[in-house]
Design a protein around this ligand. Structure first.
Ligand code: AMP
Ligand code: TRP
Length: 334
């Protein structure tokens, strides 16, 4: 019998327009591996509720994210693309797994410490519970592999621990997932401060390149990106800004070592000019498709409806098993 194809699950928050950090760290890898796996990609609108959100913008951002993923090359034939809140089993499994994950584990999550910023009295309880919902997302579908950026490693480790603990307590039920974190691209840094990761929430618009930026905006941002002292183009630990720019260069052109040789003696200006062209050429087709999909909202709507249907057909029978294992069924005659 043919071996089951490995299943990939990953999620992305509907945070409006994506940047090249999201693209190079996550989305592009999903697209590149699409044909090799059984894929499920989820727009995690329930996770977005962990921080204050306007209903109207959450709704709009969910659609923007669907269009972005489609524009970047997610193929609804090869992958299930759906919105988390459309499949109620995620919330239910999260609650059940709250009895398996421990308070201590959640307290150790660095993302909670970062996002709560010390304001633990006023942040939502959902922000604290965020990792358990993520565990539920992954193990609900028996995912083998979870392609994410480096910042998500701790959450995937938690998913492994919770799945194993559940299996020991209630019998073998869930596949124990593994992180799929690429050595390159897992951390694209801010163009204004190469010690911080590229992020829409943490920096001014010059710190990131959005997938909707025009050719001239991209060029301007690349040319204004901070550089390191000295003038030699090389990716070394004492040159964090250059390391980041060369990293983006190599990911979009697949030539890191060559770029280092080519720019020897040429200086930062030449690198930035070429990098601007490379980024513009990579982003333009995505931006153009995104605009096309945004002008035709029925397309994403139909993809998401079908995606939710397919996701539900996997989640429903799985939850029946989980409820039964935990002693939650069989008391009422139907
Ligand atoms: P988020 O928008 O935070 O939900 O992130 C979506 C995906 O992009 C996750 O897999 C992140 O790990 C990844 N990601 C976010 N920011 C970066 C970055 N600066 N560099 C690389 N990957 C990133
Ligand atoms: N927490 C992830 C992030 O911020 C998003 C996410 C939610 C996710 N559920 C997931 C990623 C399941 C992978 C698998 O990027």
């Amino acid at each position: 019998m043919a071996e089951r194809r490995k299943r990939v699950f990953s999620g992305i928050q509907p945070s409006g327009v994506s940047h090249i950090g999201n693209y190079l760290g996550a989305i592009r890898n999903w697209v590149a591996q699409q044909e090799s796996y059984d894929n499920i990609f989820c727009i995690v609108n329930l996770h977005a509720l962990t921080l204050p959100t306007e209903p109207a913008s959450l709704h709009a951002n969910t659609i923007t994210m669907a269009n972005t993923l489609l524009a970047a090359g997610i193929d609804p034939q090869a992958s299930i693309l759906f919105v988390q809140g459309d499949v109620r089993e995620h919330s239910e499994l999260c609650w059940l797994l709250n009895s398996v994950a421990t308070f201590g584990e959640l307290r150790r999550m660095t993302q909670f410490k970062d996002k709560s910023g010390g304001a633990e009295e006023s942040v939502s309880a959902a922000l604290f519970d965020y990792p358990v919902l993520q565990v539920a997302d992954i193990i609900l579908y028996d995912a083998d592999l979870v392609p994410v950026g480096e910042d998500q490693r701790q959450h995937i480790e938690l998913a492994r621990d919770v799945a194993q603990r559940f299996n020991r307590r209630y019998g073998d039920t869930f596949v124990v997932p593994a992180p799929d974190i690429k050595a390159n691209g897992a951390r694209i840094m801010s163009l204004e401060d190469p010690t911080k990761k590229m992020s829409k929430s943490a920096g001014s618009t010059g710190s990131y390149i959005a997938l909707t930026d025009t050719d001239s905006e991209i060029t301007k941002k690349v040319k204004r990106a901070v550089t390191d002292s000295g003038s030699e183009v090389k990716a070394t630990p004492d040159k964090p800004a250059l390391t980041n720019l060369l990293g983006i260069y190599s990911l979009l052109s697949n030539t890191v070592s060559r770029s280092r040789v080519r720019y020897a003696g040429k200086g930062y200006g030449a690198l930035k000019t070429d990098l601007a062209t490379i980024v513009v050429d990579a982003i333009r087709p995505i931006r153009e498709k995104l605009l096309e999909y945004e002008a035709n909202p029925d397309y994403a709507a139909s993809v998401l409806a079908e995606g939710a249907e397919r996701a539900r057909s996997l989640a429903t029978p799985k939850m029946e098993i989980v409820r039964e294992r935990m002693g939650l069924t069989g008391h009422a005659i139907r």
